[in-house]
Design a protein around this ligand. Structure first.
Ligand code: SAM
Length: 661
């Protein structure tokens, strides 16, 4: 998951040259004017935007070769200045060797007219780790930076991903033949809208030939300055054949989301007001959905999400896998979101760092530090000996630790309130949803005595361990994990604790003259009584992290809540499967090795779930919500098929069916 950065030398004043490809990033001269000519004017952006001015779904531009982001900054600048345009711009940048932050800053110093936008981009830019970094730049601009080889990243994205416009800017084909393969053009075609356009400064014969073979009509147009030509291409694939390809490839014939998308009121109901439900509401409200969040309790965050200190750290894996990537990007996404929310709102993300002691028994066992070091960039995780870890914690720890410099803690209840504090979100409390009923393309939420609470075409189930209480979800193998947190008084000594420390228990830095210790795990049931034994276990687990008697032994208070997990210990996020249809073996036959690519005909239209986030919900809920919002809004999701498959609620049923074959 580590990624290699661009290796640059410099020509003229801060103009980058790739040592790896032996090519220039921009023609000498006026690169801003060239970008404007080839990519912005070449694709007739303002005319396209005007035609789509009423559209709620975003306008999607994908760029191969994001480089220093000049084309992106120019496009964003133009979008800001343009009056008639779609509500949002989704820009997807593919980049194999991202510029380091310092190199990016150096290149950007050339573009004074773009300084403000550059500052905003650089405040969230990541220069490490392969995979998709989803960055929000205000309400209008969504930037997905896919780091890694374009072909691999693109092929992994669902073919529902439909791009309006492509910028091809990946160095001269002669110097980068590995990228410009015929397969790349086929993949571009399968991810394009039926009227997508594309430009490139290169008019090389094989690019034109490959584009034509992929279904594009290609033209040479006048190039910029001394360059005689540039390339313009338009997708000419037959619209019906593309629709039928999408239908066969996972997106079903009738699509309720498509039907709702451009209606005057786009309404959605969310069951559950913990972090899963509240972050879901926020992601949808940001996309102009009218959201009602319904909870059985008198307020938001009354369950495990409501702990006054929740730790943000990255669940570690020692080999690269879709789940390792999901947990990494979830962690990175949440810390960016918390930093942004902290800027504008009353929450405070305490970015004090998190130390996870190497022997922590309730974390994954037997992690090999050398393997971890190979996988995780130092900006994400560092392996520290006991002295260095103790120095950061500002006290004597008992073990070496994995350190997450981007981690920290937040008040879960305040976070939920902040998510809900949006004019398009209503919180409905004290309502127990007992069943869901489909009626005329609307889902009805029914309460006591079948009384309707609310209805909408789209519903997201986000009520943690209660999520499998419905007839539509009862087969999902969700487990409940009650756990108790304890609070102890702070002492003069323990006030020094400077980071979150996760050992067999997690110990937080002092707030309000006390420390929170979380949490015990009880395997059985959902009974929520406070247990003195659990307090003692919490105290022992916490004390074992530190040398001597560092912590007070006086329990002040305790809180019991229930976390929800799944049979395989990974979150359950996606469309709710239509179990009886899935169990029809013959229909499923061709989808057996392809969880995550199953046709939407096998799911219940308009019904989604986000659950089983275990004790990692602070990290995994926000990106899961972005994923579901992308599904609902028919946007390009923030990760590809392999992660989609690993989270797919249908995975358990398919595994069962496979076993029986
Ligand atoms: N469009 C950029 C801008 O506006 O700043 C300049 C792009 S520069 C000419 C070409 C970029 O393509 C380099 O950053 C290079 O690392 C990237 N690249 C080369 N091969 C690639 C591949 N297979 N996948 C993704 N990016 C690639």
């Amino acid at each position: 998951m580590k990624i290699r950065n661009a290796s640059l030398s410099w020509i003229d004043s801060n103009l980058p040259f790739s040592k790896r490809f032996k090519d220039i990033y921009y023609s000498r001269g006026d690169e801003l004017a060239e970008s404007q000519h080839v990519f912005l004017k070449g694709n007739r952006l303002t005319a396209h935007w005007a035609e789509m001015a009423e559209r709620e779904s975003p306008f999607t531009i994908a760029e191969i070769g994001f480089g220093a982001g000049l084309n992106f900054l120019r496009t964003w600048h133009l979008f800001q200045k343009t009056q008639r345009k779609p509500a949002r711009l989704h820009y997807i940048g593919f980049e194999k060797y991202p510029l380091s932050f310092d190199d990016l800053t150096r290149v950007h110093s050339r573009w004074l007219s773009l300084t403000k936008l550059s500052d905003q981009l650089r405040s969230v830019y990541s220069d490490h780790s392969s995979g998709c970094h989803r960055l929000h730049l205000g309400n209008e601009i969504l930037l997905d930076l896919h780091f890694g080889d374009t072909l691999i990243q693109l092929e992994n994205l669902p073919s529902r991903m439909q791009v309006d416009i492509w910028y091809l800017d990946g160095f001269t084909p002669r110097l980068n033949p590995e990228m410009w393969q015929p397969q790349l053009f086929q993949s571009i075609a399968s991810h394009s809208k039926s009227d997508a356009t594309l430009t490139s400064y290169s008019v090389a014969g094989n690019i034109r030939k490959n584009l034509q073979a992929a279904g594009f009509a290609v033209e040479k147009q006048p190039g910029h300055a001394r360059k005689r030509h540039m390339l313009f291409a338009k997708n000419c694939q037959n619209k019906t054949s593309r629709e039928s390809m999408l239908n066969n490839y996972g997106y079903g014939k009738y699509n309720i989301e498509r039907a709702v998308l451009n209606q005057p009121t786009r309404s959605v109901l969310i069951i559950g007001a913990g972090i899963a439900g509240c972050s879901m509401a926020y992601s949808l409200a940001q996309r102009n959905w009218e959201v009602k969040v319904i909870d059985q309790a008198p307020g938001a965050a009354t369950g495990a999400s409501g702990n006054s200190q929740l730790a943000l750290r990255c669940r570690l894996f020692q080999t690269d896998s879709e789940l390792a990537r999901f947990y990494l990007h979830s962690f990175l996404y949440t810390q960016r979101e918390l930093r942004q929310l902290s800027k504008n709102n009353r929450i405070n993300f305490h970015n004090c760092g998190v130390l996870q002691l190497v022997g922590a028994m309730n974390k994954q066992r037997d992690l090999n530090p050398n393997k971890l070091k190979k996988l995780y960039n130092e900006q994400v995780m560092q392996t520290l000996d006991v002295q260095s870890a103790s120095k950061l914690a500002n006290c004597q720890l008992t073990e070496a630790a994995y350190y997450f410099p981007l981690g920290g803690w937040i008040d879960g209840s305040l976070l939920c309130d902040t998510y809900l504090d949006h004019p398009s979100i209503d919180l409905i409390t004290d309502q127990v949803v007992s069943s869901l009923k489909k009626n005329d393309n609307q889902w009805q939420l029914l309460g006591k005595e079948q009384k309707e609470i609310a209805r909408a075409p789209i519903v997201v189930i986000a009520n943690s361990h209660n999520a499998s209480q419905f007839q539509q979800t009862y087969q999902l193998p969700l487990t409940t994990l009650p756990g108790q947190t304890s609070t102890i008084s702070a002492t003069d000594q323990s006030l020094s604790l400077a980071t979150v420390v996760c050992g067999n228990r997690t110990v937080f830095p002092e707030i309000g003259n006390h420390h929170n210790l979380s949490a015990s795990y009880r395997r059985e049931g959902t009974r929520l009584e406070l247990r003195p034994d659990d307090d003692q276990q919490n105290l022992m687990g916490a004390q074992a992290c530190f040398q001597g008697d560092y912590l007070s032994q006086v329990i002040q208070s305790a809180r019991v809540t229930v976390r929800c997990n799944s049979k395989d210990n990974f979150p359950v996020v996606g469309k709710v499967p239509n179990v009886s249809k899935l169990q029809d073996h013959s229909m499923l036959e061709r989808h057996y090795g392809q969880i995550g690519k199953i046709s939407s005909d096998y799911y219940l239209p308009g019904l989604y779930i986000t659950a089983a986030h275990g004790s990692n919900g602070l990290a995994t809920c926000p990106l899961s919500s972005e994923y579901l919002a992308s599904l609902i809004d028919q946007e390009v999701p923030p990760f590809g098929q392999s992660i989609i498959g690993a989270l797919d609620p249908a995975r358990f049923i398919i595994r069962e069916i496979r076993k029986k074959r």
